[in-house]
Design a protein around this ligand. Structure first.
Ligand SMILES: CC(C)(COP(=O)(O)OP(=O)(O)OC[C@H]1O[C@@H](n2cnc3c(N)ncnc32)[C@H](O)[C@@H]1OP(=O)(O)O)[C@@H](O)C(=O)NCCC(=O)NCCS
Length: 144
């Protein structure tokens, strides 16, 4: 298991499209929506060894976790947990973190709980599915 103190995430920029977009696609089975936003200072993105990534959107002391992903070959080694803890540790003391997660994404929900995020509400039918059904979103928060 990695420790967040020992990792050195690197910033992601728009110039990273050649490796980032395939990584995003293998993680989410859809095209990336986030890289285009980099350059706006509210958006930040970091990676570990081009195997794990995190995107955030920060306005004052509120940070939304937009997305996090780890290459399937590198999962269950603590990469996502380390990235999240690193993000929290480097933020100012008053920072509050928010995220939405699909109610059926067990891996992500367990990850967020492990890091200390708490469920605060449920958005009914928030994520449309190809089937026509829509999945609920769990809204979770973490306050330092
Ligand atoms: C969710 C995801 C980012 C986790 O990455 P990871 O590097 O494998 O996670 P970690 O190794 O840091 O795991 C930390 C904890 O999360 C939980 N967890 C991770 N994967 C899990 C799984 N498949 N099933 C259940 N719990 C899981 C466990 O509590 C784990 O701790 P443990 O290994 O001590 O049991 C990764 O599975 C992924 O990229 N999924 C596809 C993209 C996605 O759904 N992103 C999140 C939504 S935005």
């Amino acid at each position: 298991m990695l420790e967040h103190q020992n990792i050195k995430p690197e910033p992601i920029t728009k110039d990273d499209a050649s490796w980032f977009q395939p990584l995003f696609k293998i993680c989410f089975e859809r095209d990336d929506l986030w890289l285009q936003h980099l350059g706006d200072q509210k958006y930040e993105a970091f990676h570990i060894n081009r195997q794990a990534f995190i995107f955030t959107y920060t306005v004052e002391n509120y940070t939304d976790l937009l997305t996090i992903g780890v290459h399937p070959d590198q999962r269950r080694r603590g990469l996502a947990c380390s990235l999240l803890k690193w993000m929290i540790v480097k933020a100012p003391e008053e920072q509050k973190f928010f995220l939405d997660v699909e109610c059926e994404n067990v891996a992500a929900i367990q990850l967020y709980k492990k890091v200390g995020f708490e469920l605060i509400s449920i958005r009914k039918g928030y994520y449309p599915q190809l089937s026509g059904l829509a999945l609920d979103a769990y809204v979770m928060t973490y306050q330092k």
